[in-house]
Design a protein around this ligand. Structure first.
Ligand SMILES: [Zn+2]
Length: 410
C-alpha cells in the first residue's frame, strides 16, 4: 500500500488557494472558486483511475469500478465548501483521502467486489443560502425545492446561482441515489474538538453524529430605575437569565455526552442605570442520542420555568431548529476499529458534536466516520491544523478499512 500523506497535505493547500479573498479561505456553494476546485478534484480523480461527473446539484463524483462495472458502491468523501475565513482541512481532507486510497488501488491494479465512489459535496456548511447539507440532502433525495427561491446576501436566488454554474434547477432530483446503489458511506474528517489530542491519539471512531436543538428564549421582567427600585421589588430579567445560563451548564454537565451552550444574550433596554426588563438568549443543546437529548432539553425548560416562577418573570422558549442523531452503523464502527488496531493505534470511540454530510446520507445508507486529530481542537478558523503524520495514519486506516470492507446488513 502506498499512501502519500505529503501529497494529500499539498492538495489541501492547493484547494485552499481557491478562495473568495486572497488573505484567507472562503469558498461557498456555486461560486467561481468552487468551479475551480471541482476541476482540480476531477483531475486528481481521473489520475486515480476514476470516471468523474458533476451531479445535478454540483457535487463532484468520482467512480472506481469494482471487479465488474455497475456494482453497488462504498461511498467515501466529504465537502468542498467552507465557512468564512475557514481552515484548509474541514471537508477537503476527506475528499483528498478518498482519492488517495483509490489511487493506491489503481496503482496496484486492484479491483474490489464493489465499486468505490468519492464525493466532494458542494454544500455542507450552508454559508451562502443559510441552509446546510444541500449537496448531501440532494443525494439522499431530500432536497427541498422551496429552497430554490432562497436568496444569498447579494439577493441572488439559488435557482439563478445554479443556472449560472451550468446546472438545471429543474433536474436537482436527478442527484438522488437509490439505497441499493450505496453499500455504506464512510467519511474521514478532522475532529473539530480536543478529545483525540487529549487522548494522544491520531484517529478515532465516531459513534454517532449528535442530534441537536436550538431555541430562542425570551424572559420578560420589569424595567426600572437602577437607583430607585429596591432589590426586593425588582423583576430583573437579566438576573433570571443568568440563573438559566448556569442551569444549562449544570444540567449538561450532569449527563455524559450532553452539551449545552448559551452563545448569544441581549439585555434590553441595555443601559447602565436601568434594570433589564427583557432579555433574549439562544440555547444550543446536543447529545449523541435522541432520548438523552430530549430529556436534557426537557430538564432545561423545566428549570427555566421554575426560575421564572420564583422571580416573578415570564419565560418563552421558541424552537428554531432540531436535528435527530445520526448513529454510525455498529458494523462500520467495528471495521474501522479493526483497521485502526491493524495500524498499531489504540482504538478510541467518540461522538461527533458537529454536523456532517452523514446526517443526510444516513437516510439512504449506513454511515461511518473516522476522525483525525486536529491541533488544539481548532476548526472553522485559519489556525486549523493537522500533522502530515496523522494524515498518513488516517489515510492508511481508511485504505485498510476499504480492503477489508464488508457491507453492513440493513
Ligand atoms: Zn466539515
Amino acid at each position: 500500500m502506498t499512501i502519500d500523506a505529503r501529497r494529500m497535505a499539498e492538495r489541501c493547500e492547493a484547494l485552499a488557494r481557491h478562495s473568495e479573498q486572497p488573505d484567507g479561505l472562503t469558498r461557498v456553494f456555486l461560486s467561481a472558486e468552487q468551479r475551480a476546485v471541482n476541476d482540480l478534484v476531477r483531475g486528481w480523480m481521473g489520475e486515480a483511475g476514476m470516471d468523474t461527473r458533476l451531479d445535478a446539484i454540483g457535487n463532484v463524483v468520482g467512480r472506481y469500478e469494482g471487479t465488474r462495472p455497475g456494482l453497488p458502491c462504498l461511498m467515501l468523501g466529504s465537502h468542498l465548501d467552507t465557512v468564512r475565513d475557514a481552515g484548509k482541512y474541514d471537508g477537503m481532507l476527506g475528499v483528498v483521502a478518498g482519492i488517495e486510497c483509490v489511487a493506491d488501488l489503481h496503482a496496484r491494479g486492484v479491483r474490489l467486489p464493489f465499486a468505490i465512489e468519492v464525493v466532494g459535496f458542494a454544500d455542507e456548511e450552508g454559508v451562502r443560502f443559510a441552509a446546510t447539507l444541500l449537496g448531501s440532502q440532494a443525494v439522499a433525495g431530500h432536497f427541498d425545492p422551496a429552497l430554490l427561491d432562497r436568496t444569498d446576501a447579494d439577493g441572488i436566488a439559488m435557482r439563478d446561482a445554479l443556472m449560472a454554474s451550468g446546472l438545471d434547477p429543474a433536474r436537482i432530483r436527478e442527484a438522488a441515489r437509490r439505497p441499493d446503489e450505496i453499500l455504506a458511506y464512510v467519511e474521514l474528517h478532522i475532529e473539530q474538538g480536543p478529545v483525540l489530542e487529549a487522548e494522544r491519539l491520531p484517529v478515532g471512531v465516531v459513534t454517532a453524529i449528535s442530534g441537536g436543538n436550538r431555541f430562542n428564549v425570551e424572559i420578560a421582567g420589569h424595567a426600572g430605575h437602577a437607583g430607585t427600585v429596591p432589590m426586593g421589588l425588582r423583576r430583573d430579567a437579566l438576573a433570571a437569565a443568568a440563573e438559566c445560563v448556569v442551569a444549562v451548564e449544570r444540567i449538561a454537565r450532569g449527563v455524559p455526552g450532553v452539551v449545552g451552550t448559551v452563545g448569544r444574550i441581549e439585555a434590553l433596554p441595555g443601559a447602565i442605570n436601568v434594570i433589564p426588563g427583557r432579555v433574549r438568549f439562544t440555547l444550543d443543546a446536543r447529545a449523541p442520542g435522541d432520548e438523552l437529548r430530549q430529556q436534557a432539553v426537557a430538564a432545561m425548560k423545566d428549570e427555566f420555568a421554575a426560575i421564572a416562577a420564583r422571580r416573578d418573570v415570564t419565560v418563552a422558549v421558541s424552537p428554531v431548529w432540531e436535528a435527530r442523531t445520526a448513529a454510525c452503523a455498529p458494523a462500520l464502527q467495528r471495521q474501522l476499529a479493526a483497521a485502526i488496531h491493524a495500524e498499531g493505534v489504540r482504538v478510541h470511540h467518540l461522538p461527533s458534536g458537529a454536523g456532517h454530510d452523514g446526517m443526510a446520507i444516513v437516510a439512504i445508507a449506513p454511515i461511518g466516520m473516522l476522525f483525525v486529530r486536529c491541533t488544539g481542537g481548532i476548526s472553522h478558523h485559519p489556525a486549523e491544523a493537522v500533522t502530515v503524520g496523522d494524515v498518513g495514519i488516517a489515510a492508511r486506516v481508511l485504505a485498510r478499512f476499504i480492503a477489508q470492507f464488508v457491507p453492513p446488513h440493513r
